[in-house]
Design a protein around this ligand. Structure first.
Ligand code: GUN
Ligand code: ZN
Length: 427
């Protein structure tokens, strides 16, 4: 067992409200199966006598918080960040597909995966639901690297058997065989999970989507990930290709791809009926604000999502997104909320923003009680944050009179410099 004395941030799992101890204690140790988990968390004074002899590391000037959970990111797009294009579809054609075609080379995939996981750690991200590419080698490279690092990590082979150039287009039958082989090889190994990953409806034939839905039904606890309603040209294209479906989102429902553990990036141009279908089926949105601002896609409508009761959490969507940093993503989410759609001027609280990138994201992934929080029983993934990482942060956080002011200073001014340590699986 090991303990840390620091300022401590957790969340109430039911209400999502932040819980804060100015003088906190976090105790971690093995559970019955040997996993490193939180054994106790709360006020130092209330807990310390229960743990005589346990080594306590003093980090009184630091803030310990749950490791961040990124609900949607593309590891093969690490080198695509900052590629300018008129919008989503030209961006895919001119930058993303050419980059992704290189991932048939396992050596390249492994090199990018290493850099990617280093970058997640530097930014305090301890769990990510990640796109690979259409090449099986890209999936194996990511899983092997994540496993070596002890991460809770989810990825899957991208399915795209049409409207895709040579080099990334796959073949319907083989793509489904590869997906099932990937599930059997990786899902549930250590902390790894598999996601059935149709890129988006326009690049899959009905046969491929049907096969994806069948695999998602057979293997009920694997994840599903895709994109929906990001960009108006994309929405128009999807409607043309699937005229019999109720809507673009309805395509996924028609093929059995809306259920719990189904995660759809963007969800901007949805109808209220679509949002209600997401809520009813348990499918959730990966809100990707830096990507939506960079590609000019639009603004996620928080109020409409809440009115429908659909789940969501935050995501970087690198490389459409512009930063690996959860602080940049939370700030962009705040900006997007301000712009609003239902009613402009929404002011998300720092606690809500932080929850959306930790316990709220974990809940949306079906991993509540597992990651994203520091309540007893949670896996021991956390970050040690330095509120004095820059001169301006030192000045600003010294003047914080409340938890909200402290958290908002970190969200607005923070980046990778704030993350002084990332602990995964207790290490
Ligand atoms: N839609 C289909 N593929 C992609 C992708 O790689 N990035 C984004 N942002 N949207 C997509
Ligand atoms: Zn994406």
């Amino acid at each position: 067992m090991k303990a840390y004395r620091a300022r401590l941030l957790r969340f109430d799992e039911d209400s999502g409200a932040p819980l804060f101890d100015e003088d906190g204690l976090l105790v971690i140790g093995p559970d019955a199966t040997g996993r490193a988990v939180v054994r106790a968390a709360g006020a130092h004074g209330a807990l310390i006598d229960r743990f005589p002899g346990v080594a306590v590391e003093a980090l009184r000037d630091k803030l310990i918080a749950p490791g961040f959970v990124d609900m949607h990111i593309h590891y093969p797009q690490t080198d695509v960040i900052g590629a300018p294009a008129a919008g989503l579809l030209p961006w895919l054609e001119h930058y993303t597909f050419p980059h992704e075609s290189r991932f048939q080379d396992p050596v390249h995939a492994r090199e990018v995966a290493r850099f990617f996981f280093d970058e997640l750690a530097r930014n305090g991200v301890t769990t990510a639901l990640t796109f690979a590419t259409s090449h099986a080698a890209s999936v194996d490279a990511a899983f092997e690297e994540a496993r070596a690092r002890g991460l809770r990590f989810i990825t899957g082979k991208v399915l795209q058997d049409r409207h895709s150039p040579d080099g990334v287009r796959d073949q319907t039958e083989q793509s489904l065989i590869d997906t099932e082989a990937g599930i059997r090889r990786w899902h549930g190994v250590d902390r790894l999970g598999y996601a059935v990953t149709p890129r988006f409806a326009p690049t899959s034939t009905p046969a491929q989507l049907r096969g994806a839905g069948e695999l998602a039904a057979t293997y009920g606890d694997v994840w599903i990930q895709s994109h929906v309603a990001e960009n108006r040209d994309e929405v128009r294209w999807a409607r043309e290709l699937f005229p019999d479906s109720r809507s673009y989102l309805g395509v996924y429902e028609d093929f059995g791809l809306l259920r719990e553990r189904a995660v759809y990036a963007h969800c901007i141009h949805l109808s209220q009926a679509d949002r209600e279908r997401m809520a009813a089926t348990g499918a959730v949105a990966a809100v990707s604000p830096t990507s939506n601002l960079f590609l000019g896609s639009g603004f996620f409508d928080y109020q409409a999502a809440d009115a429908a009761g659909m789940g969501y959490g935050l995501a970087s969507d690198v490389g459409g997104g512009t930063s690996f940093s959860p602080f940049r993503t939370m700030l962009a989410a705040y900006t997007v909320g301000r712009e609003g759609q239902t009613k402009p001027g929404l002011s998300l609280t720092p606690g809500q923003l932080w929850w959306q990138h930790t316990a709220g994201a974990a809940r949306a992934l079906g991993l509540q009680g597992v990651v994203g929080n520091l309540q007893p029983g949670n896996e021991a993934d956390f970050v040690v944050l330095n509120p004095r990482a820059t001169p301006l942060l030192t000045r600003k956080t010294a003047q914080a009179n409340s938890l909200d002011e402290l958290l908002f200073a970190l969200i607005v001014l923070g980046d990778d410099r704030v993350v002084s340590r990332t602990v995964v699986n207790g290490r």
